[in-house]
Design a protein around this ligand. Structure first.
Ligand code: TRP
Length: 327
């Protein structure tokens, strides 16, 4: 029996942070063992919101690929590629757009939400409305069984299933209906306690040096009620403690929590322990990153090989699509 296929993509946002790692990459890394994985950079999707300034897309694509490899995504086990290098994604997007009712797209929660949130640019474009159709094309092109995504993407997966059903209804069974796998199991706050996000400037990046990591941990927010060293603290409201739960052994976490409540340990020492543990955890990632960041040529070769493999799969699907549609 052949392995089930997993496909996922990320928009090229540039360097990735710990939120991206625990929200997606760590899962991708684990899935490579059990599934036939396809992971790609959705650079055309970046255009749907950032069409006005495309100068960073190439560099961001490269930086993100370096972080994928640093995170342990292994080109020997997964197929890595860039969306725009496989023009058939646009062909399938066009064909699917013919059968997608506009209300399905207007109803999509991400459509209205993003239009409201991303102010300062005109998102009443054809391409932005069609964002989920392009995503459907990405997924159906490889007949993926499983698609690991964050909760915000679940409506897009539902739409993909609806489009697949509609296609199969008109032209015959070509596309299996993909299942979503939620990946946001670990919610890591930013250094200020809010959601970790580039726009809040509260991220720890996979590419941060040891010194920068230590400094960011030192400046992390703690229990705001704990003003003096001898005040007892509440670990449950401190982002530092949320981090300990990931990076520190269970036994030590319990001890640190108790010592925080009794003021036996101060925030400076608590953060020092965290920085040590975090850096130990990140060491293999930092090591791989140092290796790949210096090697543009190998990254190009990995994408070349991944694109060729993805194209073979895409060619086969497109032949079936043309046959089914008699086109
Ligand atoms: N829309 C996804 C996101 O913003 C990225 C994406 C594009 C994607 N095409 C995909 C994810 C196909 C999974 C499958 O995160």
């Amino acid at each position: 029996m052949s392995r089930q296929r997993v496909l996922s993509g990320m928009r090229p946002t540039g360097k990735l942070h710990l939120g991206n790692y625990f929200g997606a990459l760590k899962n991708w890394e684990e899935m490579q063992r059990a599934y036939d994985c396809f992971f790609f950079v959705a650079d055309w999707h970046a255009l749907t919101t950032d069409y006005g300034d495309t100068t960073q897309i190439r560099e961001n694509t490269h930086d993100m690929l370096v972080d994928w490899l640093a995170a342990g995504i292994d080109p020997a086990r997964a197929t890595l590629f860039v969306q725009s290098r496989i023009p058939d994604h646009a062909v399938l997007h066009l064909l699917l757009s013919m059968i997608t009712p506009i209300p399905w797209l207007e109803r999509c929660p991400t459509y209205k939400e993003q239009q409201q949130q991303l102010t300062g640019r005109d998102l009443s474009t054809y391409g932005f409305l069609g964002y989920p159709v392009l995503q459907s094309a990405d997924i159906l092109m490889y007949k993926a069984h499983k698609v690991p995504v964050g909760v915000d993407q679940l409506p897009h997966l539902e739409l993909t299933r609806e489009i697949a059903r509609r296609f199969n209804h008109f032209y015959g069974e070509v596309f299996p209906e993909p299942q979503a796998i939620h990946t946001e199991v670990l919610k890591l706050p930013g250094t200020d306690g809010r959601k970790m996000s580039k726009s809040y400037d509260n991220c720890i990046y996979l590419s941060d040096s040891e010194e920068v990591v230590r400094q960011k941990v030192r400046n992390m927010m703690t229990d705001p009620q704990r003003k003096r060293r001898n005040d007892p603290g509440d670990p449950d409201v401190s982002p530092v403690f949320a981090y300990h739960q990931i990076f520190t052994t269970e036994q030590d976490v319990e001890r640190i929590a108790a010592d925080c409540r009794s003021a036996a340990i101060g925030c400076v020492d608590c953060k020092g322990i965290l920085a040590d543990n975090m850096l130990r955890y990140l060491a293999p990632i930092h090591e791989r990153r140092a290796h790949w960041a210096a090697d543009h040529k190998s990254i190009d070769a990995i994408i070349e090989a991944g694109t060729a493999a993805a194209r073979t799969a895409a060619d086969q699907t497109m032949a079936e699509v043309r046959e089914a549609m008699k086109i």
